[in-house]
Design a binder for this molecule. Structure first.
Ligand code: NAI
Length: 338
């Protein structure tokens, strides 16, 4: 049973004493983009981050870094533009957050991004396997369901794979589920925790309202619509932005929340649990999103699927079929030129 999902405190320093490292070097790949810029801003405000490397192929990336560097927090910001600077940007990073790549336009699925984004992820991980193989990797780039397998296959080929340290960031699904349940049930969304398992696209997103805390009762006639809303929330944003990108601000918040929790766990804070899409053996597929307990080495324990009801079991069965295909696509891509 999910005990606790830890919420981020982006501004307050931790007040428990520890002799552990609490100064982290974080690299954002795709830092000049719609997600990358506000995400880098939130990381610049995080007292656990002491070095922030902003990398992007966009030539104005040093400008983004310069802008951030004027903020009165202690961390040092550096900008890196162009692929030739990727190695320097990644060098000895503790945490790498990756929102690099193309976002959806109206009418596109996340899988439609595979053609553009698969090679972006492959290139970054080929370099990371040399520059920072021991980092914690947080992959935001879509399609997450296939990009995480690509990353793991690339690291595996380089003999550097530590599956405890490679994450697909599905936090936005949890954030959305919390918000929608809070609105529907008249509870402050900050107090709501809805675990979301499966993957990060359409029917692979499986919200577990039966496991929400505090306990909520979703009326039977609203359950389908609420489930669909969480599954299609990204498309809701894509449509509303009408050709000007997908979720960026809520994703930046979610990415910062995830990275913050990773760092809290790295420095030894106990009981940090977040849902994430990771290499796992908790179902029939090799990659799966579920609550994971984070620790000093990355994933300390995968909490698996846990108790779910009949409705959620049916959703999960459909999700697994799709996930299998998405995962295979990523694995095949990573190994196609072997
Ligand atoms: P954007 O187009 O605004 O920014 C992407 C940035 O990546 C650009 O600055 C671009 O120059 C950079 N980039 C492209 N190729 C690169 C490469 N090879 N190396 C380094 N940087 C590169 O897109 P946005 O809105 O920031 O979205 C980024 C990704 O995040 C998309 O794939 C999108 O689908 C995904 N996303 C994931 C979510 C999740 O929940 N995991 C939620 C929302 C978006």
């Amino acid at each position: 049973m999910l005990s606790r999902i830890v919420r981020p405190t982006l501004t307050a320093a931790r007040n428990f004493s520890t002799s552990q490292q609490n100064n982290y070097k974080v690299t954002v790949c795709g830092a000049a983009g719609g997600i990358g810029q506000p995400l880098s801003l939130l990381l610049k405000l995080n007292p656990l981050v002491t070095e922030l490397n902003c990398y992007d192929i966009a030539p104005f990336t040093p400008g983004v870094a310069c802008d951030l560097s004027h903020i009165e927090t202690a961390s040092k910001v550096k900008g890196f533009a162009g692929q030739e600077s990727l190695k320097d940007a990644l060098n000895s990073a503790d945490v790498v957050v990756i929102p690099a790549g193309v976002p959806r336009k109206p009418g596109m699925t996340r899988d439609d991004l595979f053609g553009s984004n698969a090679s972006v992820v492959k290139t970054i991980f080929e370099c990371a396997s040399v520059a920072c193989p021991d980092a914690i990797f947080c992959i935001i780039t879509n399609p997450v369901n296939s990009c995480v397998p690509i990353a793991c296959e690339v690291l595996k080929k380089a003999n550097k794979l530590n599956p405890r340290r490679v994450f697909g960031v599905s936090t936005l699904d949890i954030v959305r589920a919390n918000t929608f349940v809070g609105e529907m049930c008249g509870v402050n969304p900050k107090e709501v925790n809805v675990p979301v398992i499966g993957g990060h696209s359409g029917i692979t997103i499986v919200p577990l309202f039966s496991r929400a805390t505090p306990k909520v009762t979703i009326p039977a006639d609203k359950l389908d619509a609420l489930t669909k809303r969480v599954q299609e929330a990204g498309t809701e944003v894509v449509k509303a932005k009408a050709g000007h990108g997908s979720a960026t601000l809520s994703m930046a918040y979610s990415g910062a929340r995830f990275a913050n929790n990773v760092m809290r766990a790295l420095m030894g804070e106990p009981d940090v649990i977040e849902c994430a899409y990771v290499m796992a053996d908790v179902t029939d597929v090799d990659y799966f999103a579920s609550p994971v307990k984070l620790g000093k080495c990355g994933i300390e324990q995968n909490c698996g699927v846990g108790d779910i009801n009949e409705y959620e079991t049916k959703l999960l069965c459909d999700a697994l079929e799709q996930l299998k295909r998405d995962i295979q696509k990523g694995v095949d891509f990573a190994n196609q030129d072997q």
